[in-house]
Design a protein around this ligand. Structure first.
Ligand code: F6P
Length: 534
């Protein structure tokens, strides 16, 4: 076993017990109060602010103080997070259950690693080959953009083969970035529910549509079903040249070739689905916004990689966010985290983070198979803050559970409509201020307890570099949190069982039977069999 595999898990590190002692100051009578903390320390805001490429982070409105932060930083030291980080960046097999490296970072480095990253394991990464594939992919994206005959592109994929590209395509479209206005329309179909595909196909014409089938494994049931339906529709509409109208992105190039695609962009199995948008999985993004924007995105991410690789633990934004996650989840007991982006282009950020965080760290055993004696991934949820304010923010202010909120703000708007953006930003700052300050009420229902935690991430704009940096920040924070918890953030065995059951139940539905099912599932199947299906 490599040395980094013998690191202490967070609960085995000496700082863990000390943090448990400190946590007593945060509950009950006379507990830590944010208002008092700010009154006692005129420098608290600056002390708990961090800068990383493209991101300014205000962590001061969280329920922690200097002694806690110092102990958390010691925890990261004692768990040898830096050693694990270097192993991950160097291409060692940090995905131990599948014996693979996590190579997503290498896709944004090619052809060279940032100078702050040393000792790349050359057997895991061929940066020259990676660059060649990216060049091919980007040239193809530009070809499609220049092809006046292609008016619509449909990205067929699910999970990581959908959420990252969808988020980015929406962000680029909202800001009309670079070439986002010149390319074809880009649609995303992920759902097994045929209504999504049927609705997307309405209004499309076979001869002017390009389908991109994106699947690392090229075996995911939803994607295979949608791909088959797209091909059937294409043929029924009189489409002739399947090879021209169907392109694949996959690590399983043989299966893609068998489907009959004309082009297939491959990538290595070390790229995890939810970390894959930097690889050819980002093809729809490159088509939507252009090769230059895709390169700028990679560049922004690479800057964040360099920060993660070289900043001290105390100044390292991904590491400090991961440590704050440990504190909030394991010591303050918060079971969910709300993401509130204040930008229409980031409306899919909560969904993207749900997969990134909950699929990576929703684990009950560590990487050695030992049951975790502490809670792992909280529920990540949320939606654009402006709309959330008129839906669930009531519960954030006055509900019985404390939910840390992550505000994501963008300083510069990409539209020129007067009034909107100042009011939008004012609302975001007002919410974090109100959550913290609370208010005495003249009636119980008008009382706001305050002392409710939040983090604010501020980006200068929603350009490609900021997007790249903030998504790389989230990736590193997630994996660093897994490293502290001792979990493997790069596998996802938990999704397998449901897939197996779905196959058996689909057989029952086809055959009109419920044999072999548990009583509840059998009852539901029998009800379904009794109802007309068309
Ligand atoms: O079911 C979970 C999952 O395996 C995700 O990890 C992945 O992003 C998604 O399915 C899609 O997988 P693929 O790209 O292989 O179709």
């Amino acid at each position: 076993m490599a040395d980094w595999e013998h690191r202490p898990r967070c609960d085995e590190a000496p700082a863990w017990a000390q943090l448990a002692q400190e946590a007593r100051r945060f509950t009950g009578e006379g507990a830590f109060d944010l208002r008092a903390a700010f009154a006692d320390d005129a420098q608290r805001a600056q002390r708990f602010a961090l800068r990383a490429p493209q991101v300014f982070a205000d962590l001061s409105k969280n329920l922690w103080d200097e002694p806690v932060r110092a102990l958390l930083t010691q925890l990261a030291e004692q768990c040898r997070v830096e050693q694990w980080r270097d192993a991950m960046l160097a291409g060692e097999r940090v995905n131990v259950s599948e014996q693979r490296p996590a190579t997503h970072v290498h896709w944004r480095w090619a052809p060279d690693a940032p100078t702050s990253v040393e000792n790349c394991a050359t057997d895991a990464i061929n940066l020259q080959e990676t660059r060649r594939i990216l060049d091919d992919m980007l040239a193809y994206a530009e070809e499609v953009r220049a092809d006046a005959a292609i008016t619509d592109v449909v990205n067929i994929g699910i999970g990581g083969s959908d959420l990252g590209p969808r988020l980015l395509a929406q962000a680029f479209a909202a800001t009309a970035a670079a070439g986002a206005a010149d390319g074809p329309r880009v649609h995303f179909v992920s759902n097994m529910d045929g209504h999504q595909m049927a609705q997307t196909l309405r209004g499309l014409r076979a001869e002017s549509t390009l389908f991109i089938i994106v699947s690392k494994t090229f075996s995911t049931a939803e994607t295979m079903q949608n791909a088959a339906s797209a091909r059937q529709w294409f043929e029924e509409q009189g489409g002739r040249d399947t090879a021209r109208h169907f392109t694949a992105v996959s690590a399983n190039t043989e299966a893609a070739a068998r489907f009959g695609v004309g082009r297939c962009f491959g990538f290595d199995a070390g790229v995890g689905g939810r970390y894959s948008l930097w690889s050819p999985v980002g093809l729809a993004v490159a088509i939507a916004a252009g090769a230059q924007a895709f390169e700028a995105l990679r560049h922004g991410a690479r800057e964040m990689d360099a920060h993660f690789a070289s900043a001290s633990l105390a100044d390292n934004l991904p590491v400090q966010l991961a440590l704050l996650d440990v504190w909030q989840r394991n010591f303050l007991g918060f079971s969910s985290r709300c993401i509130a982006p204040y930008h229409h282009g980031l409306r899919s950020l909560p969904a993207y983070l749900q997969q990134l965080e909950m699929e990576s760290n929703g684990k009950r055993v560590d990487a050695h198979g030992r049951t975790l004696p502490f809670a792992s991934a909280p529920v990540t949820w949320g939606q654009v803050g402006s709309n959330g304010q008129h839906a669930f923010f009531q519960a954030l202010h006055q509900g019985s559970d404390v939910v840390p909120v992550e505000f994501v703000l963008v300083r510069r708007a990409a539209h020129s409509l007067p009034g909107h953006h100042e009011k939008l930003l004012a609302n975001a700052l007002a919410q974090s201020r109100a959550l913290m300050l609370g208010q005495e009420g003249d009636a119980p229902e008008r009382h706001f307890p305050g002392n409710r935690p939040s983090t604010t991430l501020l980006l200068p704009d929603l350009g490609a570099a900021s997007l790249g940096a903030v998504l790389a920040l989230y990736e590193h924070r997630t994996a660093a949190l897994g490293a502290l918890w001792g979990a493997n953030s790069f596998d996802q065995w938990g999704v397998e069982l449901g897939k197996r059951h779905a196959g058996d139940i689909a057989d029952c539905l086809r055959q009109g039977s419920s044999a072999g099912m548990d009583a509840s599932t059998a009852m539901l199947l029998d009800e379904m069999h009794a109802l007309p299906s068309v």
